[in-house]
Design a binder for this molecule. Structure first.
Ligand code: 2RA
Length: 331
């Protein structure tokens, strides 16, 4: 299959190339796409070198699938041009996520919504993806009423500029380029993306709205506080879930352990719980600190961690492509 990766030189694009190779996605020809200034640069993929092309050149090459990680405005402008040629676009930006005519997909949760007619498919926000994978089996069993989530998000979610800011600050370089309005080392910033009129940030609203769309259930109430911390390797989330029905804690652990893509790491007696340093480089969502919220009936607390560049972005995008292949919807 001819596969284009749009934004191939960025943090997520680089990870997409790695994941395509690792998972042996049937790539017969790779089309790495980046901005004009990277044109001609060589990218190594499975031992072969491919030259970076511009997006206009890539559209004319009519790939079967184009994985996009090039920001919202590029996606709004370029994805329809690929789609008009018959290429299926899987887009990692927020451009199409809440468009009612576009599918928003986490394969473990809702791969079944995909059809042959879907030419632009949205990949959800990283912090939403890891949460819904863990919520789905519990919703199916006990029906979720309300979720209260607080996140602890890696600087890699912002991009390379933020990684540089953190690393510079750790070296004592204080006049480097800033990705955030404040220092991030030895700090915590309770703002991810811009504030909305209702006092929530855009990241918080993504978690609220995308969760309902992916789970296909508008009745689930969600409230979120999203926070940037000086960490690389993964996003962590403290999740409080109120169910319609009572649950059995052992059964909750069993359900999560049996969920594809989830690993339960929950052994408080031996101080075993998920941490970003363990999730880094993995595709699974690590879930632990599973316990009853003793302040309220039918309510559970848990902690989940995942590598935001992998399952939160690149891996989920490639898994959508795999789901399309498995269901004979492309290729
Ligand atoms: C972040 N959710 O971590 C974003 C990345 N998509 O900032």
């Amino acid at each position: 299959m001819k596969v284009a990766v749009v934004g191939a030189t960025g943090l997520v694009g680089t990870e997409m190339l790695k994941v395509l190779a690792e998972r042996n996605f049937p790539v017969t020809e790779l089309i790495p796409v980046a901005s004009e200034k990277s044109k001609g640069k060589e990218i190594d993929f499975k031992g072969k070198k491919y030259k970076v092309v511009t997006v206009e050149e890539a559209i004319e090459m009519v790939p079967e699938v184009a994985l996009f990680s090039a920001g919202g405005s590029t996606s709004l402008e370029q994805a329809p041009k690929f789609a008009a040629k018959g290429t299926v676009v899987i887009d990692n930006s927020s451009a199409w996520r809440m468009d009612p005519s576009k599918k928003l997909v986490v394969p473990e949760v809702n791969a079944s919504v995909l059809t042959k007619e879907d030419k632009i498919i949205a990949n959800p926000n990283c912090s939403t993806i890891q949460m819904v994978v863990a919520l789905k089996p519990l919703h199916d069993e006990y029906k979720i009423k309300r979720v209260v989530v607080s996140t602890y998000q890696s600087v890699t979610g912002t991009g390379v500029k933020a990684v540089n800011q953190l690393m510079n600050e750790r070296k004592g370089i204080t006049d480097g380029e800033m990705a955030y309005a404040y220092p991030i080392d030895l700090n915590v910033i309770p703002q991810i993306d811009v504030f909305q009129d209702n006092g929530y940030t855009k990241e918080e609203m993504k978690m609220i709205l995308e969760t309902k769309k992916i789970m296909g259930d508008d009745s689930i109430k969600v409230t979120a506080t999203t926070v940037r911390i000086p960490v690389m390797g993964g996003h962590s989330e403290s999740i409080n879930i109120e169910f319609e029905n009572d649950f059995d804690l052992a059964k909750v652990r069993e359900l999560l352990a049996a969920t594809p893509g989830v690993i339960v790491v929950d052994d408080p007696a031996n101080a075993k719980y998920p941490m970003p340093m363990d999730a880094h480089g993995k595709d699974e969502i690590l879930v632990g600190r599973i316990r009853r919220d003793e302040s309220q009936d039918n309510t559970l607390n848990m902690w989940c961690v995942a590598d935001n560049l992998r399952k939160g972005a690149a891996t989920n995008t490639v898994q959508i492509a795999e789901a399309l292949v498995a269901q004979n919807l492309i290729g």
